[in-house]
Ligand binder design. Structure first.
Ligand code: PAZ
Length: 395
């Protein structure tokens, strides 16, 4: 039996893993875009942060019909990217395709449908139709978001790159980290994506759609062009021999080691996230990750409270520091099924209120304090200190 990736040295696991998959189709285009983006900011001596965001999929078939996914909507990543931009960083936003994006996130979620912010002005100048406008009560907030978005776009401060599967994520992360080398200590990695811990190695993956019923052994010999394939799903003929699907997943190799020791620029700062649901495990798991990968900060968060509390676990004092949005300033908006569970647990019975139709649509920045507005300035202070230390050591 061949050794599993988890049993190999990190460099060997890297070579086996990346040789098993073809690189994502978009990779060379993404690399060209990122190279130009990074060159521009190296020239300007500007800090660049790679923000990873959203969930990764784990395909069950090579010609993928089914896959395993996770809950992340990309709220943490998209919101953090905005606060990094506000702090003067340029942002490479490596995100799960169709997850939330900086700025448009305020109007793109199902609970924040952009149409709810629009109106039709009365017709003028003999026209039958009025122009479509932003409702009065949202003018200020939307103008503010629009200005920030335009500034980021026109000044080349934001590069959007997407992935879907966990393998695509790994390829993109490795490529971006290597391209960021000329940035040195001006590079920051903020790994907020919810990356699957388990996957099916390419060598064990079914090529075609996994069938839910037996295909007769002699089917292929007897089949002629135009024959219908027996699927067992004919409603007049209930499925016989329906099969259970037992999925055997391997651990995804932990490439954080390789990022810290190999791919990322010398002197750069690496921040990872740790998500747990059992409060007793959070700090322990975050600290173990920090010790194992020897990077610079782990931000721990619980699924149900992630919108208003996180813990910074650092290698130096104070070692453990909680950042919390005060109770009175927490957002009442909910987005996504998991958030509704979180709110229902914490605010017992109040979850429905945010969806009442007479309530105006809520928009992040006006609707309570976003915890990312507290996380990012604290993180920038740590990055400042690290840069000062690197500069002093170089003298
Ligand atoms: O995308 P989101 O805002 O709904 O969730 C953010 C998060 C919980 C995925 C992120 O804060 C995080 O903890 N990411 C790392 C998850 C992990 O691999 O442990």
């Amino acid at each position: 039996m061949s050794p599993s990736l988890g049993d190999m040295e990190p460099a060997e696991a890297e070579s086996v893993y990346f040789n098993e998959y073809p690189p994502p189709k978009a990779l060379s285009r993404h690399e060209a875009l990122a190279r130009a983006f990074i060159d521009l900011h190296v020239e300007a001596n500007r800090r660049v942060v790679l923000v990873t965001s959203g969930g990764t999929t784990v395909p069950l078939e090579a010609q993928t019909v089914r896959f395993i996914d996770n809950f992340s909507a990309g709220t943490r990543g998209a919101t953090s990217a905005e606060y990094f931009l506000e702090q003067g960083y340029a942002v490479i936003f490596l995100h799960r395709q169709y997850s939330l994006l900086p700025y448009s996130r305020h109007y793109s979620h199902s609970t924040n449908c952009f149409l709810d912010f629009m109106d039709e002005a009365p017709p003028s100048n003999g026209s039958m139709d009025g122009s479509v406008i932003v409702r009065n009560e949202y003018q200020n907030q939307m103008r503010d978001v629009l200005r920030k978005y335009r500034y980021a776009k026109q000044n080349n401060r934001l590069l959007l790159l997407s992935f879907t599967t966990v393998a695509e994520y790994m390829f993109e992360l490795r490529a971006m980290a290597k391209l960021m080398r000329p940035l040195g200590y001006n590079a920051l990695f903020y790994l907020a994506a919810a990356v699957s811990d388990f996957f099916i190695p390419r060598s064990r993956m079914a090529e075609h759609k996994i069938q839910s019923s037996e295909i007769p052994a002699n089917f292929r010999d007897n089949a002629v062009a135009g024959d219908e394939i027996y699927t067992g799903e004919n409603e007049n003929e209930p499925a016989k021999n329906s099969k259970k699907l037992i999925i055997d997943l391997d651990p995804v190799p932990k490439f954080l080691h390789r990022l810290v020791d190999g791919w990322a620029p010398d002197g750069s700062m690496v921040v990872s996230f740790k998500l747990e649901t059992d409060p007793a495990l959070l700090v322990y798991k975050a600290r173990t990750a920090l010790q194992r990968y020897a990077h610079h900060l782990v931000i721990g968060n619980m699924l149900s409270t992630r919108k208003w509390e996180v813990v910074f676990i650092t290698p130096d004092a104070p070692y453990e520091r909680w950042i919390r949005v005060p109770k009175s300033r927490r957002s009442k908006s909910i987005s996504g099924a998991q958030d509704q569970v979180g709110l229902a647990e914490i605010k017992k019975g109040e979850a429905g209120k945010a969806n009442e139709t007479d309530q105006p649509p809520s928009v992040g920045m006006e609707d309570g304090v976003e915890i990312e507005s507290l996380i990012i300035p604290e993180l920038v202070k740590l990055h400042d200190a690290r840069i000062a230390e690197k500069k002093a050591a170089a003298q």
